[in-house]
Ligand binder design. Sequence first.
Ligand code: SAM
Length: 224
Amino acid sequence: MRLNLGCGGKITPGWLNVDKFPTCNPDQVVDLERFPWPWPDDSVDEVRMHHVLEHLGAQTEIYLGIIKELYRVCRDNAAIHIIVPHPRHDDFLNDPSHVRPVTPASFVLFSQAKNRDWLAKGVSNSPLGLYLDVDFVVDTESYLLEEPWGHLYEQKKLPFADLQHAIRLYGNVIKQFEFVVRPIKPAGSRVAAPPASVQAADAPLVPGEAPVNMVPSALRSEDA
Ligand SMILES: C[S@@+](CC[C@H](N)C(=O)[O-])C[C@H]1O[C@@H](n2cnc3c(N)ncnc32)[C@H](O)[C@@H]1O
């Protein structure tokens, strides 16, 4: 089964299109903030959550419940495709139904291998994978640059080091993160290293900070 969660108007053939609001004619009306989700354990091969996670879980307990349900319904190594606005982009700030920032680095907190490593090293990042009994690895990640940054970078008028600097300092540089996370089941059964870009999270994480060596995705326009 493939789930298009928070499908909105993007009804996709071949996927089970799910939304809280019947007005967008989803295949199934589900409020993802209510538990348990109506799908069996290990029944899902692929999940799409495009511009959805930042709308969910204003209360931390609810957000963490969503992460637990995502883990429960997915089979081992399922592909969970996530797109979220960058928390320092106006797209994130302008929508009153955006309730929390979501970053690829925040998903590293759900990696039990990283959690164990941090505990051994005395690093104070929250070991949420161990606390929630979930285990995820960030498999691929990229970001979409806002203009003029995208074209300056593409035309080689902006060195990568300067782009990294701008990402750290300014708003409206990265428009959105695009990444794939995969559950490891049973939890703790494999040590899957996150990509180099999120290994920077060995240092204490700064919520909302972009990993500095992520790769920009191809330039294209997309709604927030
Ligand atoms: C910004 S829209 C994105 C729609 C679509 N995925 C896209 O990329 O265009 C966010 C969607 O999440 C849905 N949503 C928000 N909260 C939800 C919830 N608690 N349960 C299910 N869907 C929810 C909204 O109804 C809306 O359709």
